[in-house]
Design a protein around this ligand. Structure first.
Ligand code: ADP
Length: 608
């Protein structure tokens, strides 16, 4: 469960962070775009504003330059005379020449004079095919205004030439007239085409718009004679009546153009507006570049932040690892110190324990020696009765042989005396041997360790018990290797053997068949002495406790129960084992069997 959800959490975090970052980037880009668009737009507008002011200044200058010209011309005598005598060809001709000169000097498109009906009587272009002369312009607002005594101003496409221009008309006063009606009017047509052409290359799209919202000059040719918004009926009627745009359809500007931001300046006395349409594309482009730059910057910042955080995380994990390492090493040192202290303590305990053990061992050894001694003494006591009997018999014999020898000496029979003396000597030797064994047994032997011939020990033990066996009519058979050397104390080994052979004798003493077999053999690196008897065997309750000190089944005065206990400890001290085993026929079949096992020094394979 935990393994499934554990990696999901950091992933969710990563997505959340990425999402937040993207949102921030989007917001920042939008803000940058907006801000930049605003600024660039404002800059463009300011620039357009300045440009528009300059253009308007130009236009106004041009218009003002000609503003008073028709008035000046109207004061000319030729003009008045021409109007007063329109049939006088010479005067008209002179007027034509004059107007032509004016047109050239003043750099206007045309200069002409209309009579009080609006009929053109003379014109600068009198020689042209499309001359104004003879045409009636009374329907034009400028003509009507001038003929009504006002200054006439009008922009229109020429009905004769189809060329557009600004018409400026001034009434020509009638010097003799009492009611003040003008004789006619002087009209100048001024072309604004040069302005229009000069706008063509500019950054903004420029247009000159009339009172009705019609663009009559435009840097964009397809915008010309279109209106800012659809014209109302009054405007349509007015335009149609004056033939201002010679019957052209005035359509509104395309919506996209009409929606462009605009700066405008008033121009001239007719309520014209010079309009500069600001192209927002560069501003948008700048804004887009700004937004893109911002995105790039933020991306770089994010990458930088990521790299930085990675480095910091790396450094942090390094620090943590270092701290963990030093912590671990501190702990290790501490643990080592603790363990060392424990070991020192344990060592001290061990040393103490060892000392105690040594003391215990010493005590045990002393106790064992005591016990061995006690066992020997006990056995000695038991043997004393037998000994008495054994010694009594030869002593009686010695006395008898001695008495007889005296008698043979009296009879002068020296051979018999010698024979008897020999008998006495033999008996004494036998008694001496018996006593010698007894002496050696009673001696407390301590640390007389050396190579011991087991066969010899068996012979000595057998000799020691020979009288006992004979007394009880028991047969002792011995099968032994000629020599089997083990490491130990010979007296103690004999003590063990005597003990085992004596127990066997005790066991067979009350039995019908009274035989004891002793076998000395080799088993691997051990010498093995097996003593089996034809006695009743080991009682079941005795088997488990045989080697306990003071365990005995014998009547008091006959056994101390120390024999096997001491023997076992002696054998163990020599690196051997003593055990009661079942006889070859099985338990209870015939007698008991004890096995003594001691590590061999060397052996001779022969048997005797
Ligand atoms: P003790 O001979 O003084 O009783 P031991 O330690 O020598 O002490 O023997 C302990 C007991 O083991 C004996 O009392 C006897 O019951 C039993 N025992 C030893 N040897 C034999 C044997 N060969 N047959 C039957 N019982 C034996």
């Amino acid at each position: 469960m935990s393994s499934a959800t554990a990696p999901a959490k950091p992933r969710v975090r990563v997505f959340a962070v990425a999402g937040a970052w993207l949102l921030a980037v989007a917001l920042a880009c939008a803000a940058a775009y907006h801000f930049s668009a605003e600024r660039a737009g404002a800059a463009l507008r300011a620039k357009a504003e300045r440009h528009a002011a300059a253009l308007a200044l130009d236009l106004n200058g041009a218009l003002e330059k000609v503003e008073t010209l028709p008035f000046v011309i109207s004061l000319q005598a030729q003009v008045q005379q021409g109007l007063q005598h329109p049939g006088d060809a010479a005067r008209i001709d002179a007027l034509n020449h004059y107007l032509a000169e004016v047109q050239q000097r003043a750099q206007v498109a045309a200069a002409y004079v209309i009579d009080h009906n609006g009929l053109t009587i003379a014109a600068s272009n009198w020689q042209d095919v499309q001359t104004f002369v003879g045409n009636n312009y009374g329907f034009r607002p400028y003509a009507r205004a001038a003929l009504a005594g006002d200054v006439g101003r009008f922009y229109a496409i020429g009905t004769t030439t189809s060329l557009p221009g600004y018409f400026l008309a001034h009434p020509v006063a009638d010097p003799g007239g009492s009611h003040g009606r003008p004789l006619g009017a002087v009209v100048l047509k001024i072309s604004l085409d040069a302005f229009e052409r000069s706008w063509a290359g500019g950054d903004e799209r420029a247009a000159l718009v009339d009172r009705n919202g019609v663009l009559f000059l435009a840097s964009q040719p397809d915008w010309k004679y279109r209106s800012l918004k659809p014209l109302d009926d009054a405007a349509r009627r007015e335009i149609a009546a004056s033939q201002q745009y010679t019957g052209r359809r005035i359509d509104p500007l395309p919506a996209a153009a009409a929606a462009l931001p605009v700066v405008e300046q008033p121009v001239g006395p007719l309520g014209w507006r010079l309009m500069l349409f600001v192209d927002p594309a560069p501003a948008r482009q700048a804004a887009r570049a700004m937004a893109f730059g911002t995105a790039l910057l933020l991306l770089a910042a994010a990458l930088g932040a990521h790299a930085w955080s990675q480095r910091r995380a790396h450094a942090r994990s390094l620090d943590a690892a270092r701290a963990a390492l030093s912590e671990a090493s501190t702990q290790l040192e501490q643990r080592i110190a603790e363990r060392t202290a424990e070991l020192v303590r344990a060592n001290r305990d061990l040393a103490e324990r060892y000392r105690e053990l040594q003391q215990a061992e010493q005590l045990l050894r002393e106790t064992q020696n005591e016990l061995v001694q006690a066992g020997k003494l006990g056995m000695l006591g038991q043997m004393a009765a037998g000994m008495t009997h054994e010694l009594n018999q030869p002593l009686t014999a010695v006395k008898a042989f001695a008495d007889n020898a005296v008698a043979f000496l009296d009879h002068g029979d020296p051979d018999s005396v010698r024979e008897n003396l020999q008998h006495i000597s033999d008996a004494c030797s036998r008694m001496g041997r018996l006593i010698g064994q007894l002496k050696g047994f009673a001696r407390k032997s301590e640390d007389l360790v050396g190579p011991v011939d087991l066969a010899a020990s068996i012979r000595n033990a057998a000799l020691l018990l020979e009288a006992d066996y004979r007394q009880h009519g028991a047969a002792l058979s011995i099968t032994a290797l000629p020599s089997a050397r083990v490491m130990g104390d010979s007296l103690r080994i004999e003590q063990v053997l005597v003990n085992l052979m004596k127990n066997a004798l005790d066991a067979v003493a009350g039995a019908d068949e009274r035989s004891v077999h002793l076998v000395l053999a080799r088993d691997g690196d051990d010498a093995v002495v097996t003593i089996s008897d034809s006695g009743p065997g080991l009682a079941p309750q005795a088997r488990a406790r045989l080697f306990e000190p003071f365990f005995t089944t014998k009547p008091s005065g006959q056994g101390l129960g120390l024999g096997l206990a001491i023997s076992s400890s002696i054998v163990q001290a020599m690196g051997g084992q003593l055990a009661a085993t079942d006889p070859p026929g099985g338990r209870g079949v015939g007698g008991a069997q004890f096995v003594l096992r001691l590590p061999l020094l060397d052996t001779e394979e022969e048997t005797a």
